[in-house]
Structure formats: C-alpha cells, structure tokens
Design a protein. Structure first.
Length: 270
C-alpha cells in the first residue's frame, strides 16, 4: 500500500471506532493505547480465523489430531513419557509435535500452526490464555571432576568458569538471565560464553569439564543419578519456574484444547 492509502485507512478506522489510534511527534509515529489494544484484538481475530478451515475439516473427517509445540526441555524430557502412555491408550491418535524455542512457538500460535504450546520460558501473559502444567526446579550443572562439584558456592563464585548456554530466545537461557539480573549479574560477567543449541551437546561439554551450565532438574536427573553430571551446590539460588500450557484467547476450539490440557495433566501424574 502507498503512504496516502495507509493514512486513509487509519483515518477510516479512527472515525469508525471514534478513538485516536496513532500519535505523532514531529516525524515520529507510534500507536496510542487504543491503537495497541486494537492491534492485539486484530492479531487474535486473524490467528483464530486461520484455524477455522482446519478445524472444520477435522469435524468433517471425524478426526481429533494432537498438534502442538513444546520448548526443548519439555519436548525432550517431560512429554515423551506422556506420549507413550497416550499411544498405549489411543494408538490411532495422530500427533504432530514441534520442538522450538519460546519465541518461535508464540509465533506459531499467532499463525494458527499449532493448537497450543508447552512453554518453559517467559511469555506475554496478556496475549494468551494459559494454565500451569508444573513447577520445575532450575539448577547449576558441572562435571563431577570440576572443583566446584564438591564445594558450596555462590553465583559470584562461578564467574571464572566457562558458561555454556542455549541460544537467545530459549526458555532455559531466559530463566537464567532473569536469575542473574536479580543478583545484579549478567552472562557477560562469566569468563567465557559458549552458545550451543543442542542440550545433549551441552551435557557432553559439561561432562568433559569444558564449562558449566544451568538447566531444569527434570532434564539432567538421569545423568546425575548415573554420576555423568553433578549438580552445583549453590547458595542463595532457589530458582523454579512454571511449565505452562499456552493457547490463543477466544479460540474457536477452546473446549477441545482444554480437554488436551486435562488429558496431559492426568497422564503426567499417573
């Protein structure tokens, strides 16, 4: 669209809704509070409209597929035992699971590509409906051969270590950066920063004593029990975070989506 056409459309919307949607200071333009609200309503309407066609085809074909996304820790460690139980109960269920970081999964929700997302990271709670799935403990991890494995220390006592962490946008990195911020620290305070997008690779590097990392206890309980990795005994580091079941507001199949929340919760607890 040309600039005059955009301006004309904005004026039409402002006249229709009887509010100002754009504010300007010199050559700078920004959305008003009403403009931001209209933007959120429009995004929700668009995302839900994208879901209508596949939902109607599900009804037509009498199918109830499970199409969802999960962040890495949940997708690799929390969900597989649940899916196994689900397959045993309903072997004909069609399941599609996308394992991505929090940022990408929120985008997939807006685009109508998934029904819901299981998120471990921070997300905009004003934009989505959500339900608590579990509350998970976040811990420091190192090699059993690392000198810090046997001695209690603080976050400040770890700054001479190489820090191995996930890419920006991942849930575990987001949680850790918030924990550091609360103690007036950042990832740049560590001796060296190593970014790796694969959790098994991160575990291997930690096992070989290349550096330390921070993960949910859920993700390393097997390796710790086998002596492959060691939890770092940290002082004044009591961090936990919710795993959330997240979906679009006012979605046309809310009843079906919440059915899957109940089903997943029950399977997790059995």
């Amino acid at each position: 669209m040309t600039q005059p056409a955009v301006s004309q459309q904005i004026r039409f919307l402002e006249n229709h809704y009887q509010v100002a949607l754009i504010s300007s200071k010199g050559k700078k333009f920004s959305l008003t509070e009403e403009g931001r609200a209209l933007q959120e309503y429009a995004r929700t309407l668009y995302a839900n409209s994208e879901r209508i066609l596949p939902l109607l085809h599900r009804i037509k074909n009498h199918t109830k597929p499970l199409i969802f996304g999960a962040t890495l820790t949940i997708g690799e460690y929390t969900i597989p035992p649940i899916l196994l139980k689900l397959f045993k109960e309903d072997p004909e269920t069609n399941i599609s699971m996308f394992v991505e970081n929090t940022h990408i999964l929120q985008k997939m929700l807006w685009e109508g590509k998934i029904d819901f997302a299981l998120l471990e990271g921070h997300f905009n709670q004003n934009q989505f409906e959500y339900k608590e799935l579990s509350n998970e403990t976040f811990v420091g991890v190192c090699s059993p051969n690392n000198k810090i494995a046997a001695t209690a220390t603080s976050l400040e006592g770890l700054l001479d270590q190489n820090l191995i962490l996930r890419e920006p946008g991942s849930g575990t990195r987001d949680i850790f950066e918030h924990a550091l911020y609360n103690q007036n620290l950042s990832i740049n305070d560590f001796e060296r920063k190593i970014e790796v997008g694969n959790m098994n690779a991160i575990k291997e590097l930690c096992h070989e004593n290349i550096g330390i990392t921070f993960m949910y206890r859920e993700a390393i309980k097997k390796e710790v029990s086998q002596g492959y990795l060691k939890e770092i005994p940290l002082q004044n580091f009591n961090v936990s975070h919710l795993f959330n079941f997240v979906y679009l507001k006012n979605c046309p199949d809310k009843t079906q989506i919440e059915y899957w929340f109940d089903r997943i919760s029950n399977l997790r607890n059995t």
